[in-house]
Ligand binder design. Structure first.
Ligand code: NAD
Length: 368
């Protein structure tokens, strides 16, 4: 009964538990909200220690996708899948295809994509069982690696925050400290350097550092990055890097990066940044380029359209800052309110075109 209470309190519409002992599949598909459209969210394969841990991850991540899609102005709901297992040892073609059949059984209510432990090639195996899959290669009509588009979106978020804080979005001479120079961090560094910014960065991986050095990134130690004097601190590694230990050390005007779940505790740390006068560009709003990219696969992928829609992240961020100022709330609260308001308006039958400026005027339906 506790599980029903949990699902009910988080507002999920449907949770599918998939079991196929013949192929070792243990998976959960959590559909949080489909008011705006079908739930699109990645599938994570992870060796969870218990069913409860996997369930909580699926519930939490799927709810996060509802907010990301809603705040981005996409006609998508929120959903996510988790497969319990070690992606290096347990992932087989039979398992992926059984998962694909489970996705298919939802008839488009859930559309899957890559997440931790899943790659583009896995999506192409799943495509053998269902058409409700994105994140496949360009050869399969997909959009390929989303990281360049995610980084391009983060750049729009950085520019919007710089404009809000300094009165113009020119990045020349601005100092940006990037924590994590992997796919998103590296593409972001490349974009920033092209715009004339000075980029300082760090990574735990020697190869990532070497590639960043070649771009012209100044490298500092892993722990030093938080103390770097800069205009923008950009978390692009793992979550929870903004926490009570790091917030007092930050010497930046803005936090804007690509990592998911940057605030270790949303309420506490979002408020603490506001109290220090640091402008926070909410993570799920500015890293939505990857979602925009796969969303564009649903209507026949077009790179130009995906990039155009990604550019509108800047408008979105400005709107969030305006609401935060008007309502005297931290920016993460403003983002959540905008997302919730949009869902409520649609639930009540008002139309999506009020948000059309965030989608470049496109009211694309994914219910085809
Ligand atoms: P990635 O694995 O390519 O890069 C992450 C990098 O962070 C790696 O190089 C890793 O070595 C480094 N790292 C790990 N711990 C670190 C630490 N303590 N200090 C410094 N560096 C550290 O992953 P990615 O695809 O670039 O994603 C980065 C973040 O952006 C993740 O939080 C991811 O969830 C989020 N994100 C990615 C996309 C996308 O399109 N790839 C979309 C939305 C959100």
């Amino acid at each position: 009964m506790e599980l029903f209470d949990q699902i009910g309190s988080m507002g999920h519409e449907k949770v599918l538990i998939c079991s196929n002992p013949q192929v070792g599949l243990k998976a959960i598909i959590a559909v949080h909200n489909t008011v705006l459209g079908p739930g699109l969210g990645g599938c994570r394969m992870w060796p969870y220690e218990s069913f409860d841990e996997a369930m909580m991850d699926a519930l939490r991540l799927s709810r996060g996708m509802t907010y990301k899609a809603a705040a981005t102005g996409l006609n998508l709901g929120g959903a996510k899948a988790v497969i319990i297992g070690d992606s290096k040892k347990d992932k087989t073609e039979e398992l992926l295809r059984a998962f694909g059949r489970a996705v298919d059984s939802l008839g488009g209510l859930y559309i899957t994509a890559e997440d931790v432990g899943m790659r583009m090639q896995d999506m192409e195996v799943i495509l053998g069982e269902t058409r409700w899959v994105t994140g496949v290669s360009e050869a399969h009509g997909g959009s390929g690696d989303p990281s360049p588009v995610t980084a391009y979106g983060v750049l729009q978020g950085v520019k919007a925050a710089v404009e809000w804080k300094f009165g113009g979005d020119d990045l020349s001479g601005k100092r940006v400290a990037i924590q994590g120079l992997g796919s998103v961090g590296r593409y972001l560094a490349e974009n920033l350097i092209r715009e004339g910014a000075h980029v300082v960065g760090t990574d735990v991986d020697a190869e990532a550092i070497e590639k960043a050095k070649q771009l012209g990134v100044e490298i500092v130690g892993i722990d030093e990055i938080v103390d770097v004097e800069c205009d923008v601190f950009s978390p692009c590694a793992l979550g929870a890097s903004i926490n009570p230990e790091t917030i007092p050390r930050l010497k930046c005007a803005i936090v804007a990066g690509g990592a998911n779940n940057q605030l270790a505790d949303e309420q506490r740390d979002g408020q603490a940044l506001t109290d220090r006068g640091i402008l926070y560009a909410p993570d799920y709003v500015i890293n939505a380029g990857g979602l925009i990219n796969v969303y564009n696969e649903l209507n026949g992928y077009n790179r130009e359209r995906a990039l155009l829609m990604t550019r509108h992240i800047s408008d979105n961020v400005h709107r969030i800052f305006e609401v935060a100022k008007e309502q005297s709330v931290p920016t993460h609260v403003a983002a959540n309110r905008l997302a919730e308001n949009r869902i409520e308006r649609m639930r009540n039958g008002l139309n999506v075109h009020q948000w059309s400026r965030f989608t470049g005027g496109r009211g694309m339906s994914t219910r085809s």
